[in-house]
Design a protein around this ligand. Sequence first.
Ligand code: NAG
Ligand code: NAG
Length: 787
Amino acid sequence: MRLTLLLAYLFLQSVHGDWDASRFAWYSKPGDGFASGLPIGNGRLGALVYGGAVEKVTLNENSVWSGPFMDRVNKNSLGALSGIRTKFQNGDISGANSQIGGSMYGSPQSPRAYNPTVDMSLDFGHDSSKWSNYSRTLDTLMGTATVSYTLGGVTYTRQYVPSKPAGVVGIRLSASQAGSLNVKIGLSRSKQVTGQSANAGSASVTLKGNSGGGGDAITFTSELRVVAKDRTVAASGNSIQVSKASTIDIFFDAETSYRYSSSSAWEAELKKKLDSAVAMGFPSFKSDATADYSSLMGRVSLDLGSSGSTGSQTTDARLSAFKRSPNADPQLATLMFNFGRHSLVASSRDTGAKSLPANLQGIWNDNFSPPWQSKYTININTEMNYWPALSTNLAETHKPLFDLIEVVRQRGAAVAKTMYGCPGFVAHHNTDLWGDSVPVDGGTSYSVWPMGGAWLTFHLMEQYRYTQDKQFLQEKVWPVLQANADFYYCYMFNFNGNMVTGPSLSPENTFKVPSGMSTSGRTEGADIAPAMDGEILFALFTNIIDACKILGITDSNLTKAQDYLSKLRLPQIGSNGRILEWRGDYPEAEPGHRHMSPLWGLYPGSQMTPLVNQKLATASKALVDHRMQSGSGSTGWSRTWVMNIYARLLDGDNVWSNAQAFIQKFPSTNLWNTDNGPGTSMQIDGNFGYTAAIAEMLLQSHGPVHILPALPKAVAKGSVTGLAARGNFVVDISWEGGALKQAVVMSNSGVNLDLRVQNSVSILVDGKAYSGPISTTAGTKYVITRG
Ligand SMILES: *[C@@H]1O[C@H](CO)[C@@H](O)[C@H](O)[C@H]1NC(C)=O
Ligand SMILES: *[C@@H]1O[C@H](CO)[C@@H](O)[C@H](O)[C@H]1NC(C)=O
């Protein structure tokens, strides 16, 4: 018995020992539910691979949502606005709060939900109790998944390959012994199926459905094609049965009414894609797909130290060992970083017009009522999804967000007019694929927050800052900046000499009404002039001024932004030395709140960072420390926002301890972030926040290109290649003994390079002492060493 175990152990070592512990997630058993599937995707189609004896693959198409556009706007809003503002200004906080619901919430209160598309089932007639040598593997570099086991002396392998170039998902089933593959292949959906068939002649299975919700609900066609040359293929009911094959290839696509005006148009697209994948054949299909995937993933390579044999355990075993000895497996921290980038490449690609960004669950969903509708929550979560997009050199993955912003701009223009009587556009704290811009749900601490559009707009200017693409600035960024500012110029009002927002809130926190206001002591959510709004607007007006300078605009677009910038209420510091969340020193209702809203100006903004404003940075640190001491970081995404905040405070040790705490508490076995640990809601945002923070720990560029700004003591030696910096630089860094060994900065646009290394140590650039910003030549590398 012991010998068998030892042999099995040695065997597993020999099979899996060479798997890079930073690159692969792998398991020795099938998944047992949603958050154990291997998540892969091509940016439009997502797949979750569980690897059971009867394989079920959850397949998603990112435009299958629960119904058509709804105009939910509350027409009482405009009439009630000035009365609500007056109440706030007079200190009648509770009176104003109670008036918000009836006059401003939408009806119905919720927009659309992201829905599942279909499940694929592959029934091999195998008995999992009899197989051995089982492995199920996610390759984050190639974006593929593999399942393999040995049964009756035959090794069966399933390869899952989503392809961005081909636009479909491909699967190869193979057996080590000729003729031993027998499988029944089908598609299913638990509701709203409008047609289903299998055809032996074309070896295809088709399922048509719609998303409900009435009207012109989203309608789709999904189809799989089976390629099993010279083998018996028979249709049985709605499935295809293939017998005695050695290799079977399957290609899957789904197309929907979201992007095509008629079923004949989307079915022609589906046929075109499947025909060409079949014609190409699996080997070329796979090499194209993985070349594309790895060209993005391979740009960044991170080494935070080796885990040795600890890293060769299964990923679930590593996760549980990490709870006890986090320092033994630095490569799990690296794998988590790579998994975040993988998740973005899998769920957010430019797939043509109306690309859709990663939602609360990325692109993966098996539930018709997913948590929070799996929509786009734009008071942190959707934006967090894109935090690593630029810094980890995946600028292309940002484009679907810009497509959605375009949709939001159209919808939000109507809402700005109806709710606030203003031009430009507004969005509140959630949106869906239709660009829904009306307040969502009914709560004074989250619904009526007119800042979602401005936070989204911030991402456009960041894209310019990283890529230096002036045409993009002119054509894509400027019109949105201008339209967004037009809204605030009309919407903001004077309060004690400042231009402020309201009714608004500080997502999703509450406060106790202070003495001197009514109803004193009561917990409320809405107010005027919350700190976060001012910080987001500071970034908006600053971005407009910068864009005007770059584009040579000197008209009132510039002067108006300068004027409003000067009238903003800047972040205030309370008597306790902490950044104030509200317009006054209000008593806190929840000191450990999960949102870091008042620290927006620290991250993702930069107004409160130490090199820009040390006083605000110190008060920011006081607030985040206080929040953490009071129990914040309580959801996965909250914890990773905290990591980014400590990175911006140049506090690497706190980034690292929170990174380890994140891995100890939040990931499910497939590495997905959860709200409160395995078994609670999955939300992909925390994975992205984590990845962004690890990058932010090693390189920052909101000011100078700052190399190793927040290096933790525990990561004394390591390297990273391919991180991106604003100014269109790409930076490789290696360090040793907690200090820079060498950095290489590639200048892609030839802009000036302002450098800082760690705590401003003296450095050489190409062997010469560095004394201040240097001009660079596009296409040239600069080597930085310690002086
Ligand atoms: C175990 O599986 C691998 C593929 O993962 C295969 O190459 C190998 O032959 C199998 N070993 C045995 C003993 O069946
Ligand atoms: C801002 O610039 C646009 C052109 O981009 C112009 O049409 C508009 O009139 C300007 N607005 C103001 C207020 O100057």
